[in-house]
Ligand binder design. Structure first.
Ligand SMILES: Cc1cc2nc3c(=O)[nH]c(=O)nc-3n(C[C@H](O)[C@H](O)[C@H](O)COP(=O)(O)OP(=O)(O)OC[C@H]3O[C@@H](n4cnc5c(N)ncnc54)[C@H](O)[C@@H]3O)c2cc1C
Length: 363
Protein backbone atom coordinates (compact mmCIF):
# COMPACT_ATOMS: atom_id res chain seq x y z
CA UNK A 1 0.00 0.00 0.00
CA UNK A 2 1.31 3.34 -1.06
CA UNK A 3 0.09 6.53 0.64
CA UNK A 4 0.28 9.55 -1.67
CA UNK A 5 0.72 12.89 0.08
CA UNK A 6 -0.63 15.48 -2.37
CA UNK A 7 -4.07 16.79 -1.50
CA UNK A 8 -5.68 15.87 -4.86
CA UNK A 9 -4.73 12.21 -4.45
CA UNK A 10 -5.94 12.26 -0.84
CA UNK A 11 -9.38 13.46 -1.94
CA UNK A 12 -9.41 10.84 -4.70
CA UNK A 13 -8.94 8.29 -1.94
CA UNK A 14 -11.86 9.81 -0.01
CA UNK A 15 -13.94 9.44 -3.18
CA UNK A 16 -13.03 5.77 -3.49
CA UNK A 17 -14.62 4.81 -0.14
CA UNK A 18 -17.30 2.18 -0.67
CA UNK A 19 -19.16 2.03 2.66
CA UNK A 20 -21.51 -0.74 1.56
CA UNK A 21 -18.75 -3.14 0.58
CA UNK A 22 -16.89 -1.97 3.70
CA UNK A 23 -19.71 -3.15 5.94
CA UNK A 24 -19.52 -6.67 4.47
CA UNK A 25 -15.74 -7.09 4.19
CA UNK A 26 -13.92 -4.80 6.63
CA UNK A 27 -12.59 -7.55 8.89
CA UNK A 28 -10.93 -9.47 6.06
CA UNK A 29 -7.35 -9.04 4.87
CA UNK A 30 -8.46 -7.74 1.47
CA UNK A 31 -11.61 -6.06 2.72
CA UNK A 32 -12.72 -2.70 1.33
CA UNK A 33 -11.13 -0.59 4.05
CA UNK A 34 -10.58 3.09 3.31
CA UNK A 35 -6.85 3.57 4.09
CA UNK A 36 -7.77 7.08 5.23
CA UNK A 37 -6.41 6.91 8.77
CA UNK A 38 -2.94 8.32 7.95
CA UNK A 39 -4.65 11.48 6.67
CA UNK A 40 -7.25 11.70 9.43
CA UNK A 41 -4.68 11.10 12.19
CA UNK A 42 -2.38 13.73 10.78
CA UNK A 43 -5.27 16.21 10.66
CA UNK A 44 -5.09 16.67 6.88
CA UNK A 45 -8.76 15.73 6.56
CA UNK A 46 -11.33 15.33 9.32
CA UNK A 47 -13.84 12.61 10.11
CA UNK A 48 -16.49 15.23 9.37
CA UNK A 49 -15.17 15.88 5.85
CA UNK A 50 -15.30 12.13 5.11
CA UNK A 51 -18.83 11.85 6.55
CA UNK A 52 -20.05 14.87 4.53
CA UNK A 53 -18.55 13.51 1.33
CA UNK A 54 -20.47 10.26 1.76
CA UNK A 55 -23.71 12.00 2.65
CA UNK A 56 -23.42 14.12 -0.51
CA UNK A 57 -23.16 10.88 -2.48
CA UNK A 58 -26.43 9.67 -0.98
CA UNK A 59 -25.17 7.40 1.79
CA UNK A 60 -27.03 7.46 5.09
CA UNK A 61 -27.44 5.47 8.28
CA UNK A 62 -29.69 2.89 6.66
CA UNK A 63 -27.13 1.75 4.10
CA UNK A 64 -23.75 2.80 5.55
CA UNK A 65 -24.03 2.91 9.32
CA UNK A 66 -21.06 0.60 9.94
CA UNK A 67 -18.65 2.94 8.15
CA UNK A 68 -20.01 6.05 9.92
CA UNK A 69 -19.76 4.18 13.21
CA UNK A 70 -16.12 3.23 12.62
CA UNK A 71 -15.27 6.82 11.74
CA UNK A 72 -16.87 7.86 15.01
CA UNK A 73 -14.53 5.54 16.94
CA UNK A 74 -11.75 8.00 16.12
CA UNK A 75 -13.63 10.90 17.70
CA UNK A 76 -14.71 8.72 20.61
CA UNK A 77 -11.10 7.88 21.51
CA UNK A 78 -10.03 11.50 21.04
CA UNK A 79 -12.81 12.70 23.35
CA UNK A 80 -11.65 10.08 25.89
CA UNK A 81 -8.10 11.43 25.65
CA UNK A 82 -9.37 14.98 26.19
CA UNK A 83 -11.13 13.85 29.37
CA UNK A 84 -8.48 11.44 30.65
CA UNK A 85 -5.32 13.42 29.87
CA UNK A 86 -2.32 11.62 31.37
CA UNK A 87 -4.52 8.89 32.87
CA UNK A 88 -4.68 7.43 29.38
CA UNK A 89 -1.27 5.93 30.09
CA UNK A 90 -2.44 4.00 33.17
CA UNK A 91 -4.61 0.93 33.31
CA UNK A 92 -8.11 2.41 33.23
CA UNK A 93 -10.06 -0.30 35.00
CA UNK A 94 -8.15 -3.50 35.75
CA UNK A 95 -4.60 -4.68 36.07
CA UNK A 96 -3.54 -6.68 33.02
CA UNK A 97 -4.23 -10.38 32.87
CA UNK A 98 -0.99 -11.81 34.34
CA UNK A 99 1.50 -9.40 32.78
CA UNK A 100 4.92 -10.81 33.50
CA UNK A 101 7.28 -8.26 31.99
CA UNK A 102 7.49 -4.79 30.48
CA UNK A 103 9.42 -5.76 27.36
CA UNK A 104 8.44 -6.78 23.84
CA UNK A 105 9.10 -10.14 22.16
CA UNK A 106 12.02 -9.93 19.76
CA UNK A 107 9.84 -11.84 17.29
CA UNK A 108 7.63 -8.74 16.87
CA UNK A 109 10.67 -6.76 15.76
CA UNK A 110 12.00 -9.46 13.46
CA UNK A 111 8.62 -10.62 12.06
CA UNK A 112 9.24 -14.14 13.29
CA UNK A 113 6.39 -15.08 15.63
CA UNK A 114 5.79 -18.29 13.67
CA UNK A 115 2.26 -17.22 12.67
CA UNK A 116 2.68 -16.60 8.94
CA UNK A 117 -0.14 -14.09 8.51
CA UNK A 118 1.13 -12.06 11.45
CA UNK A 119 4.75 -12.18 10.28
CA UNK A 120 3.78 -11.05 6.76
CA UNK A 121 1.73 -8.21 8.25
CA UNK A 122 4.61 -7.12 10.49
CA UNK A 123 6.87 -6.98 7.43
CA UNK A 124 4.20 -4.95 5.70
CA UNK A 125 3.98 -2.58 8.67
CA UNK A 126 7.72 -1.94 8.52
CA UNK A 127 7.72 -1.34 4.77
CA UNK A 128 4.47 0.61 4.40
CA UNK A 129 3.63 2.14 7.81
CA UNK A 130 0.16 0.56 7.73
CA UNK A 131 -1.52 -2.42 9.37
CA UNK A 132 -5.13 -3.56 9.01
CA UNK A 133 -7.32 -3.06 12.12
CA UNK A 134 -8.08 -6.75 12.61
CA UNK A 135 -4.38 -7.60 12.35
CA UNK A 136 -3.54 -4.88 14.92
CA UNK A 137 -5.93 -6.72 17.24
CA UNK A 138 -4.26 -10.09 16.57
CA UNK A 139 -0.79 -8.62 17.10
CA UNK A 140 -1.72 -6.78 20.32
CA UNK A 141 -3.44 -9.92 21.56
CA UNK A 142 -0.49 -12.28 21.11
CA UNK A 143 1.90 -9.71 22.59
CA UNK A 144 -0.25 -9.07 25.69
CA UNK A 145 -1.78 -12.48 26.31
CA UNK A 146 0.59 -15.02 24.79
CA UNK A 147 3.98 -13.27 25.14
CA UNK A 148 2.61 -11.68 28.35
CA UNK A 149 3.96 -8.17 27.85
CA UNK A 150 2.48 -5.20 29.64
CA UNK A 151 0.62 -3.24 26.88
CA UNK A 152 2.42 0.10 27.26
CA UNK A 153 5.79 -0.46 25.63
CA UNK A 154 4.41 -2.51 22.70
CA UNK A 155 1.81 0.23 22.11
CA UNK A 156 4.67 2.69 21.81
CA UNK A 157 6.41 0.35 19.36
CA UNK A 158 3.34 0.12 17.13
CA UNK A 159 2.72 3.87 17.31
CA UNK A 160 6.34 4.49 16.29
CA UNK A 161 5.85 2.64 13.01
CA UNK A 162 2.33 3.71 12.00
CA UNK A 163 1.76 6.55 9.52
CA UNK A 164 -1.58 6.97 11.30
CA UNK A 165 0.00 7.02 14.78
CA UNK A 166 -2.66 8.48 17.07
CA UNK A 167 -1.97 8.00 20.75
CA UNK A 168 -5.68 7.99 21.67
CA UNK A 169 -6.70 5.28 19.16
CA UNK A 170 -3.50 3.41 19.88
CA UNK A 171 -3.29 3.35 23.67
CA UNK A 172 -7.03 2.86 24.13
CA UNK A 173 -7.16 0.04 21.58
CA UNK A 174 -4.26 -1.68 23.34
CA UNK A 175 -6.10 -1.27 26.66
CA UNK A 176 -9.24 -2.71 25.05
CA UNK A 177 -7.33 -5.79 23.80
CA UNK A 178 -5.36 -6.15 27.06
CA UNK A 179 -8.58 -6.00 29.10
CA UNK A 180 -7.35 -3.12 31.25
CA UNK A 181 -10.22 -0.82 30.27
CA UNK A 182 -12.98 -3.46 30.45
CA UNK A 183 -13.72 -6.81 32.03
CA UNK A 184 -12.84 -8.87 28.95
CA UNK A 185 -9.73 -9.58 26.93
CA UNK A 186 -9.47 -9.96 23.15
CA UNK A 187 -7.85 -13.15 21.91
CA UNK A 188 -8.10 -15.08 18.63
CA UNK A 189 -7.00 -18.57 17.67
CA UNK A 190 -5.37 -19.81 14.46
CA UNK A 191 -8.69 -20.82 12.96
CA UNK A 192 -9.94 -17.27 13.29
CA UNK A 193 -6.77 -15.82 11.73
CA UNK A 194 -6.89 -18.36 8.89
CA UNK A 195 -10.51 -17.44 8.15
CA UNK A 196 -9.90 -13.68 7.88
CA UNK A 197 -6.42 -13.90 6.31
CA UNK A 198 -7.24 -16.67 3.79
CA UNK A 199 -4.58 -18.92 5.25
CA UNK A 200 -4.46 -22.62 6.13
CA UNK A 201 -1.54 -22.72 8.55
CA UNK A 202 -1.87 -25.38 11.29
CA UNK A 203 0.13 -26.61 14.24
CA UNK A 204 1.05 -23.18 15.69
CA UNK A 205 0.79 -22.12 19.34
CA UNK A 206 -2.56 -20.53 18.44
CA UNK A 207 -3.91 -23.68 16.81
CA UNK A 208 -5.93 -24.65 19.88
CA UNK A 209 -9.49 -24.22 21.09
CA UNK A 210 -10.49 -21.07 22.97
CA UNK A 211 -10.52 -23.02 26.26
CA UNK A 212 -6.75 -23.33 25.97
CA UNK A 213 -6.21 -19.59 25.44
CA UNK A 214 -4.34 -17.71 26.67
CA UNK A 215 -1.69 -20.41 27.04
CA UNK A 216 -0.06 -20.74 30.46
CA UNK A 217 3.45 -21.09 29.02
CA UNK A 218 5.01 -18.52 26.70
CA UNK A 219 5.83 -20.33 23.42
CA UNK A 220 9.48 -20.60 22.44
CA UNK A 221 9.16 -18.21 19.48
CA UNK A 222 7.93 -15.40 21.76
CA UNK A 223 10.10 -16.08 24.78
CA UNK A 224 13.05 -13.88 23.85
CA UNK A 225 12.24 -10.30 24.88
CA UNK A 226 13.90 -6.92 24.50
CA UNK A 227 13.59 -3.30 25.53
CA UNK A 228 14.18 -1.32 22.33
CA UNK A 229 14.81 2.39 22.33
CA UNK A 230 12.63 4.43 20.00
CA UNK A 231 14.08 7.73 18.87
CA UNK A 232 12.91 10.41 16.48
CA UNK A 233 15.60 11.95 14.33
CA UNK A 234 14.57 15.60 14.20
CA UNK A 235 16.25 18.10 11.89
CA UNK A 236 17.98 21.05 13.51
CA UNK A 237 15.94 23.66 11.66
CA UNK A 238 15.38 26.71 13.86
CA UNK A 239 15.72 29.67 11.49
CA UNK A 240 12.37 31.05 10.44
CA UNK A 241 11.44 34.19 8.59
CA UNK A 242 8.26 35.72 9.91
CA UNK A 243 6.34 38.97 9.68
CA UNK A 244 5.38 40.03 13.19
CA UNK A 245 2.53 42.17 11.90
CA UNK A 246 0.79 39.00 10.69
CA UNK A 247 -0.81 36.28 12.80
CA UNK A 248 1.00 32.93 13.12
CA UNK A 249 -0.75 29.60 12.63
CA UNK A 250 0.86 26.68 14.45
CA UNK A 251 0.71 23.26 12.80
CA UNK A 252 1.74 20.04 14.52
CA UNK A 253 1.98 16.36 13.59
CA UNK A 254 -1.70 16.13 14.55
CA UNK A 255 -2.75 19.21 12.58
CA UNK A 256 -1.60 19.40 8.97
CA UNK A 257 -4.86 20.82 7.62
CA UNK A 258 -4.10 22.68 4.35
CA UNK A 259 -7.54 24.39 4.40
CA UNK A 260 -7.27 25.86 7.88
CA UNK A 261 -7.69 29.67 7.61
CA UNK A 262 -6.64 29.27 3.99
CA UNK A 263 -7.57 32.83 3.03
CA UNK A 264 -5.72 34.42 5.93
CA UNK A 265 -2.40 36.12 5.30
CA UNK A 266 -0.29 34.54 8.04
CA UNK A 267 2.99 33.00 9.09
CA UNK A 268 2.56 29.21 9.04
CA UNK A 269 4.84 27.12 11.22
CA UNK A 270 5.09 23.36 11.66
CA UNK A 271 6.23 23.07 15.27
CA UNK A 272 8.15 19.92 16.23
CA UNK A 273 8.74 19.89 19.96
CA UNK A 274 11.57 17.51 21.00
CA UNK A 275 9.87 16.91 24.39
CA UNK A 276 6.77 15.56 22.62
CA UNK A 277 8.83 13.17 20.50
CA UNK A 278 10.72 11.94 23.56
CA UNK A 279 7.41 10.79 25.00
CA UNK A 280 5.80 9.68 21.74
CA UNK A 281 8.57 8.84 19.26
CA UNK A 282 7.89 8.42 15.54
CA UNK A 283 10.02 6.58 12.98
CA UNK A 284 11.89 8.23 10.14
CA UNK A 285 9.33 6.87 7.68
CA UNK A 286 6.50 8.54 9.62
CA UNK A 287 8.42 11.82 9.86
CA UNK A 288 9.10 11.81 6.10
CA UNK A 289 5.38 11.28 5.54
CA UNK A 290 4.64 14.26 7.81
CA UNK A 291 7.10 16.54 5.99
CA UNK A 292 5.59 15.51 2.65
CA UNK A 293 2.03 16.19 3.88
CA UNK A 294 3.07 19.60 5.20
CA UNK A 295 3.97 20.62 1.65
CA UNK A 296 0.25 20.98 0.97
CA UNK A 297 0.32 24.03 3.27
CA UNK A 298 1.33 27.20 1.43
CA UNK A 299 4.48 28.83 2.79
CA UNK A 300 4.91 26.51 5.77
CA UNK A 301 8.20 26.64 7.67
CA UNK A 302 9.59 24.13 10.10
CA UNK A 303 10.61 25.01 13.64
CA UNK A 304 12.26 22.45 15.92
CA UNK A 305 12.12 23.61 19.53
CA UNK A 306 9.69 24.25 22.34
CA UNK A 307 6.52 26.28 22.03
CA UNK A 308 8.01 28.94 24.32
CA UNK A 309 11.14 29.25 22.19
CA UNK A 310 8.99 29.69 19.12
CA UNK A 311 6.75 32.23 20.84
CA UNK A 312 9.77 34.30 21.77
CA UNK A 313 10.83 34.44 18.12
CA UNK A 314 7.37 35.43 17.00
CA UNK A 315 7.42 38.65 19.04
CA UNK A 316 4.15 40.53 18.59
CA UNK A 317 2.55 38.11 16.18
CA UNK A 318 -0.69 36.60 17.53
CA UNK A 319 -0.53 32.83 17.79
CA UNK A 320 -3.33 30.51 16.61
CA UNK A 321 -3.52 26.76 17.11
CA UNK A 322 -6.04 23.94 17.03
CA UNK A 323 -7.17 22.24 20.20
CA UNK A 324 -5.45 18.90 20.94
CA UNK A 325 -4.58 17.07 24.17
CA UNK A 326 -0.85 17.51 23.44
CA UNK A 327 -1.21 21.29 22.99
CA UNK A 328 -2.27 22.05 26.57
CA UNK A 329 0.77 24.30 27.13
CA UNK A 330 0.24 26.40 23.98
CA UNK A 331 -0.86 29.99 24.50
CA UNK A 332 -2.81 32.06 22.02
CA UNK A 333 -6.07 31.77 20.19
CA UNK A 334 -7.48 28.26 20.41
CA UNK A 335 -9.44 26.93 17.43
CA UNK A 336 -11.88 24.06 17.78
CA UNK A 337 -11.21 20.83 15.90
CA UNK A 338 -13.57 19.62 13.17
CA UNK A 339 -15.56 16.88 14.91
CA UNK A 340 -18.08 14.60 13.20
CA UNK A 341 -20.69 15.61 15.75
CA UNK A 342 -19.59 18.82 17.49
CA UNK A 343 -22.81 18.65 19.54
CA UNK A 344 -21.53 15.55 21.38
CA UNK A 345 -18.68 16.95 23.42
CA UNK A 346 -18.06 14.04 25.78
CA UNK A 347 -17.50 10.30 25.43
CA UNK A 348 -19.20 9.11 28.56
CA UNK A 349 -19.55 5.35 28.96
CA UNK A 350 -19.21 2.84 26.15
CA UNK A 351 -18.74 3.56 22.46
CA UNK A 352 -22.31 2.43 21.79
CA UNK A 353 -23.69 4.95 24.29
CA UNK A 354 -21.60 7.61 22.51
CA UNK A 355 -22.83 6.48 19.10
CA UNK A 356 -26.46 6.51 20.24
CA UNK A 357 -25.97 10.17 21.19
CA UNK A 358 -24.18 10.95 17.87
CA UNK A 359 -26.96 9.33 15.83
CA UNK A 360 -29.42 11.98 17.07
CA UNK A 361 -27.39 14.62 15.22
CA UNK A 362 -26.80 12.72 12.00
CA UNK A 363 -27.65 15.16 9.20
C1 LIG B 1 -3.91 -2.27 18.76
C2 LIG B 1 -4.49 -1.19 17.88
C3 LIG B 1 -3.76 -0.03 17.68
C4 LIG B 1 -4.31 0.99 16.90
N1 LIG B 1 -3.58 2.16 16.73
C5 LIG B 1 -4.07 3.14 15.96
C6 LIG B 1 -3.32 4.35 15.74
O1 LIG B 1 -2.23 4.55 16.27
N2 LIG B 1 -3.87 5.27 14.91
C7 LIG B 1 -5.06 5.09 14.31
O2 LIG B 1 -5.48 5.95 13.53
N3 LIG B 1 -5.81 4.00 14.53
C8 LIG B 1 -5.35 3.01 15.33
N4 LIG B 1 -6.09 1.88 15.52
C9 LIG B 1 -7.47 1.82 14.97
C10 LIG B 1 -7.61 1.22 13.57
O3 LIG B 1 -6.87 0.03 13.48
C11 LIG B 1 -7.18 2.15 12.45
O4 LIG B 1 -7.76 3.44 12.62
C12 LIG B 1 -7.64 1.59 11.10
O5 LIG B 1 -7.12 0.30 10.91
C13 LIG B 1 -7.17 2.50 10.02
O6 LIG B 1 -7.29 1.94 8.72
P1 LIG B 1 -8.36 2.52 7.68
O7 LIG B 1 -8.25 3.97 7.54
O8 LIG B 1 -8.20 1.69 6.45
O9 LIG B 1 -9.67 2.20 8.48
P2 LIG B 1 -11.17 1.94 8.02
O10 LIG B 1 -11.54 0.61 8.56
O11 LIG B 1 -11.37 2.18 6.59
O12 LIG B 1 -11.98 2.99 8.88
C14 LIG B 1 -12.28 4.30 8.41
C15 LIG B 1 -11.81 5.30 9.43
O13 LIG B 1 -12.51 5.10 10.66
C16 LIG B 1 -11.64 5.30 11.77
N5 LIG B 1 -11.50 4.03 12.48
C17 LIG B 1 -11.80 2.79 12.04
N6 LIG B 1 -11.60 1.87 12.99
C18 LIG B 1 -11.15 2.55 14.08
C19 LIG B 1 -10.77 2.17 15.39
N7 LIG B 1 -10.84 0.90 15.80
N8 LIG B 1 -10.34 3.13 16.23
C20 LIG B 1 -10.29 4.41 15.84
N9 LIG B 1 -10.66 4.84 14.62
C21 LIG B 1 -11.08 3.93 13.75
C22 LIG B 1 -10.30 5.74 11.21
O14 LIG B 1 -10.24 7.13 11.19
C23 LIG B 1 -10.33 5.17 9.80
O15 LIG B 1 -9.53 5.89 8.91
C24 LIG B 1 -5.58 0.84 16.32
C25 LIG B 1 -6.29 -0.34 16.53
C26 LIG B 1 -5.75 -1.34 17.30
C27 LIG B 1 -6.53 -2.60 17.50
Amino acid sequence: MNFPTDIESIFEQVDRVNPIKYGRTRNFKNGAVSYLSPYISRGVISTRIVMRNLIEKGYHLENAEKFFQELAWRDYWQRKWQALGEKLNSNLKNGQYTPVHEKIPVAALTSSTGIDSIDDSLEHLYSSGYMHNHMRMYVASIICHVAKSDWRMPAKWMYYHLLDADWASNALSWQWVAGTSRNKIYIANQENINKYWSDDQRGTFLDVSYNALPPVEIPESLSKVTLPEFKTALPSQRTIITDQSLPTLIYTVYNLDPFWQEELEANRILLLEPSMFERYPMSEKVMDFIYALSENIQGIQLFVGSFNELKERLGNSTVHFKEHPLNGHFEGELHERDWMFPEVTEAKGSFFQFWKECRKFFP
